[in-house]
Design a protein around this ligand. Structure first.
Ligand code: G6P
Length: 607
């Protein structure tokens, strides 16, 4: 993963590099580093941990070069210590890298046999050493990079800074994103365009196999074959990045509270409330023409896909196959040409999801993606994007992007139902009316925060927490468990309520809280039976339900959170708020790093 930056500037660039890295910290925060050239000589500074540690070091010992590269790391190869921090350097160059060099072992063996001594445990160091080896043979930096790139396997983006080359940076993209930014007498490289937004709003995106030579006068981009190519310059909208927590303690809290607004905005993009109808969408194929739909995603986005499976199958009678992208991409799933493949991603850069998208495309699928970041690789590689309009999400644990995904997927399922004739106009109007209530109901759910917080204190004492739900509440249970474990590091699992008796129930004792997600819907009584089975074995139950559900099934164990009433079809969007708040307050109470949990990153650009 990791974020990379390069600047050919006019003044000392180190703090500019750090500024850009701050916008890339969502890609990892295990260590950070910067290298510049001072009087033609490489100087670098690196620090373990978050960017602020590097900033502190830079304030004590500033780097003064007007050309530089920087890196924020999510460790793949080698522990997250200072030695393994990027930039990696030889006496001839420094390099920063995002991604994985899959064939680094044979390359390292080859170089070791030549007498090269490696200092780090990283795969990146082989790149530094390979290019150095070419330079020692008399090649120019461009020739050396051109000779090295075809030898590297894997998905990566690289930026090189060369000893003595005050006016040249080289960047390369192979399966991991890299943008070139255009300034006044300055040029930039960044893992994404928002990272460069303090300096420029003019960017071009490198394509796979491209490599770019940046000088103060501009950029020359070549494709994998070495032929000069033009990559169109685009203007990126300003305000894509707002590092502002408002009145909240954490970005996550701010983003939880933004949900009524951004979900409303997202729904309004798909629904014509004046008509009480869905807006028509220009999809590459009608849902009516499909015999099946595949949906692929990772992490929380996969759980959104799982909710969508219930919606599409019930409302549109469309069989849905869903998979986590890391499995789908290698499963060689047979896909009938002409069907629709849907991809769900907040970042639009998740490596496994992207690879799955490319596989589906090659299999003749129409590719549509539900993406939050406009201009992301996934957005650009899809026939159509059905956007989530959550705005930039900074907290690593996704909240508002997830509920916006739910909203978009429900809208698509309703549209599919209409196109396939499984929903009547009246059904559509009823569902639109249910969608219209979502922002208000989410606001009401947020008002339960003070009531949820004391439960979080209890959860904080547990070593294991189980979540259960049925139907669309099952993915919400999975999402709740994921949120809790990633934020608080408490072991948590989500199960389909009916599966509890097939194993998880063996874990039940009075120390294991069981959180039951059960709106009063068609499967409520079934879930309650499973809950009773847990209670009968001494389990401590926190029931999350509505007024009717609480009347019928509240138990005197741990407690009941009474959610605002809503149509069961939209319940996942509303109940997501409760599991978010529970996880958030547990982590806050435990003093954890809520916005940047250990070992995680927001955008996972390695497989
Ligand atoms: C990471 C993030 C998760 C996210 C997953 C998929 O693991 O920490 O929050 O759900 O990637 O990311 P995507 O950007 O594709 O939704």
């Amino acid at each position: 993963m990791c974020g990379i930056v390069g600047i050919v500037g006019t003044n000392p660039v180190a703090m500019q590099v750090v500024d850009a890295l701050k916008r890339l910290e969502y890609r990892g925060y295990d260590s950070a580093g910067v290298a510049t050239l001072e009087n033609g000589h490489l100087t670098r500074l690196r620090a373990e941990g978050k960017l602020r540690n590097l900033e502190l070091k830079l304030s004590q010992a500033p780097l003064t070069g007007a050309i530089g590269i920087g890196h924020t790391r999510w460790a793949t190869h080698g522990r997250p210590n200072e030695t393994n921090a990027h930039p990696h350097a030889t006496d001839k160059l420094a390099v920063v890298h995002n991604g994985i060099i899959e064939n680094f072992r044979p390359l390292k063996a080859e170089l070791t046999a030549k007498g090269v001594v490696f200092e780090t445990e990283t795969d990146t160091e082989v790149v530094a050493q390979l290019v150095t080896d070419e330079l020692r043979q008399g090649k120019t930096p461009m020739e050396a990079v051109a000779a090295t790139l075809p030898r590297l396997r894997g998905a990566f983006a690289l930026a090189f800074l060369f000893e003595g080359e005050e006016n040249q940076l080289i960047g390369a993209r192979h399966g991991a994103p890299l943008a070139v930014g255009y300034g006044e007498g300055e040029m930039y490289l960044g893992s994404d365009a928002p990272a460069l937004s303090p300096f420029t709003d003019e960017v071009s995106y490198l394509e796979d196999g491209d490599w770019a030579v940046l000088t103060r006068d501009g950029v020359e981009i070549r494709d994998a074959g070495g032929h000069p190519v033009d990559r169109p310059r685009q203007t990126i909208p300003q305000g894509q990045f707002t590092a502002n927590k408002g009145n909240h303690r954490h970005f996550m809290a701010k983003e939880i509270y933004e949900q009524p607004e951004v979900v409303a905005r997202t729904i309004a993009h798909y629904v014509d409330f004046a008509e009480g109808r869905m807006r028509p969408l220009d999809l590459p194929v009608s849902f009516a023409a499909l015999t099946r739909l595949s949906i692929t995603a990772c992490g929380g986005s996969y759980y959104a896909a799982l909710v969508a499976k219930y919606w599409f199958e019930k409302l549109a009678r469309l069989p849905v196959e869903i998979d986590v992208a890391s499995e789908f991409r290698y499963r060689e799933a047979p896909l009938e040409a002409g069907q629709l493949a849907l991809f769900v991603s907040q970042s639009g850069e998740t490596a496994d999801t992207l690879a799955s998208l490319h596989y589906a495309k090659a299999q003749g699928q129409h590719v549509v993606s539900v993406v939050n970041v406009p201009g992301s690789t996934m957005a650009r590689d899809s026939a159509v994007v059905t956007p989530t309009l959550a705005g930039p999400e900074i907290s690593v644990a996704s909240t508002k992007a997830t509920t916006c995904q739910y909203a978009v997927l429900l809208c698509l399922a309703i549209l599919a139902g209409r196109q396939r004739g499984t929903l009547s106009l009246d059904d559509e109007r009823r569902l639109v009316a249910a969608l219209a209530t979502v922002p208000g109901t989410m606001s009401d759910a947020l008002k339960l925060e003070d009531m949820i917080e004391p439960y979080a204190r209890e959860i904080a004492r547990a070593h294991d927490v189980l979540y259960m739900g049925r139907g669309t509440s099952y993915p919400v249970a999975l999402e709740g468990a994921l949120k809790l474990k990633e934020l608080s590091y408490i072991h948590a699992e989500g199960y389909a309520a009916g599966e509890f008796k097939h194993g998880p129930i063996a874990l039940i004792d009075e120390t294991v809280p069981v959180i039951v997600i059960a709106p009063h819907d068609a499967v409520f009584e079934k879930t309650v039976s499973n809950m009773q089975e847990v209670a009968a074995r001494g389990g401590r139950i926190l029931l999350i339900t509505d007024a009717l559900g609480s009347q019928e099934a509240a138990m005197d164990t741990m407690g009941t959170i009474v959610m605002p009433d809503c149509d069961p079809v939209v319940a996942p969007i509303v109940y997501a708020v409760a599991v978010q708040l529970l996880a958030y307050h547990t982590a806050v109470f435990m003093g954890k790093d809520v916005d940047q949990p250990r070992n995680l990153a927001k955008s996972v650009t390695v497989e």
